[in-house]
Structure formats: structure tokens, C-alpha cells
Write a protein that binds this ligand. Structure first.
Ligand SMILES: CC(C)(COP(=O)(O)OP(=O)(O)OC[C@H]1O[C@@H](n2cnc3c(N)ncnc32)[C@H](O)[C@@H]1OP(=O)(O)O)[C@@H](O)C(=O)NCCC(=O)NCCS
Length: 167
């Protein structure tokens, strides 16, 4: 998938070579807690966290026996910048998909997240989803503004923010 902007933004479905590039982008430009569930141990990209990052994506996206979501490597002008994901979830009568995005520090605050969100919305609609949801935290201003910009309703409860957009 390709998005229009000043940058060439390409979303490539994750495979093993893309996963290796994604890990390198995460290590280079993101904190572990921004891109993966917590792993015990000293701070930073320890060997254990790198292995857990790979296992996380293999389990959730690459292994056909366990996959629950589609993940894309986000490339900006050919450089691995981060990840985007769509996960079908149970939403009552709605066909609901949960979205997530992270970008490396160098790619943040340049309108790239907004373009990626548009591509994810288009993909969700094309896939027949009728509701788009995402979560973030109150202190994540960029993510909150990004979600509000899609037209989603934001529900704040404590430190958490849930976004919901009927498609
Ligand atoms: C959240 C994230 C995906 C947003 O993508 P981005 O490319 O940085 O955001 P954009 O440049 O497209 O900007 C989106 C909106 O956030 C605002 N914004 C961007 N960076 C901001 C910052 N540091 N502080 C305040 N607002 C900010 C923009 O002004 C824009 O709002 P507007 O449309 O009302 O003007 C990205 O910052 C990121 O990966 N952060 C770290 C990981 C993360 O938090 N992921 C989301 C978890 S829910």
C-alpha cells in the first residue's frame, strides 16, 4: 500500500526479511515499551527483548497457526520507519478492527502517522470492517491528536484513551 504525501510512504506486509528491518528500526529509534509488551530485565534493547520482539511478531502475524493480526513494515522514502497493524476483534454485531502504529523517533511529528492512519482506515474499509478502534494513553498527545484527526470519538477513562470510529 502506498500513501500520498511529501514522503513516499509504503506499507509492506511483514515477512521475515521485513521483520529483521523492523527490529533494526525499533532498536535504532524507539523505546521497547513503545513497541512491545513489557519484558523483565535491565532497561534497553537487551538480547532478551530483541528475541521477544521477534517472537511477538512471529506469533501475532507470521505463524499461520497463531496469527491474529496483519502487520506492515512502514517505509518512508525507502527507510524502515516503524510498524502498522490491524487486528480483527469481536465487536458485537460490528466487524471491528483494532489499529496500532509506531514510528521511530526520526519519523515522528512529520505527518507520517497521519498518512499511515489514512492507509489503515482505507484497508479496514476495503476489508469490510464497520468499526475502527484504537487505544492510547492520556499523556500520548501525538497519538490522541492522530486519533482525533481520523474523526474517531475518544473515551477517556483514567490514564487510558479508547478511540472508536464507525466506518
Ligand atoms: C503516535 C505516532 C504514531 C504519531 O505519528 P506522527 O507521525 O508522530 O504524528 P503526525 O506527525 O502525523 O501528527 C499527528 C497529530 O499529532 C500532533 N503531534 C505530533 N507530534 C506531536 C507531539 N510531539 N506533541 C504534540 N502533538 C504532536 C500533530 O500536530 C498532529 O495533530 P493535528 O493533526 O491536530 O495537527 C508517533 O508519534 C509514534 O510512533 N509515537 C511513539 C509510539 C506511540 O506512541 N505509538 C502509539 C501508541 S497508541
Amino acid at each position: 500500500m502506498t500513501g500520498l504525501s511529501d514522503f513516499e510512504i509504503v506499507l509492506t506486509p511483514l515477512d521475515e526479511p521485513a521483520l529483521a528491518r523492523l527490529l533494526a528500526a525499533a532498536v535504532d529509534g524507539a523505546e521497547p515499551h513503545e513497541v512491545m509488551p513489557p519484558v523483565d530485565g535491565p532497561p534497553g534493547w537487551t538480547p532478551g527483548r530483541r528475541a521477544a520482539f521477534l517472537a511477538f511478531h512471529r506469533r501475532r502475524s507470521l505463524d499461520p497457526d497463531t496469527a491474529i493480526e496483519t502487520t506492515w513494515l512502514v517505509e518512508v522514502d525507502g527507510r524502515a520507519a516503524g510498524a502498522a497493524r490491524l487486528q480483527p476483534v469481536l465487536g458485537g454485531s460490528a466487524i471491528e478492527v483494532e489499529a496500532g502504529v509506531w514510528l521511530g523517533r526520526w519519523a515522528r511529528g512529520r505527518g507520517i502517522g497521519k498518512r499511515v492512519a489514512e492507509v489503515l482506515l482505507e484497508s479496514a474499509r476495503d476489508g469490510g470492517a464497520t468499526r475502527f478502534i484504537a487505544s492510547t494513553t492520556v499523556d500520548n498527545t501525538a497519538a490522541r491528536r492522530l486519533l482525533r484527526g481520523t474523526g474517531a470519538e475518544l473515551d477517556v477513562h483514567g490514564a487510558e484513551v479508547d478511540a472508536r470510529l464507525e466506518l
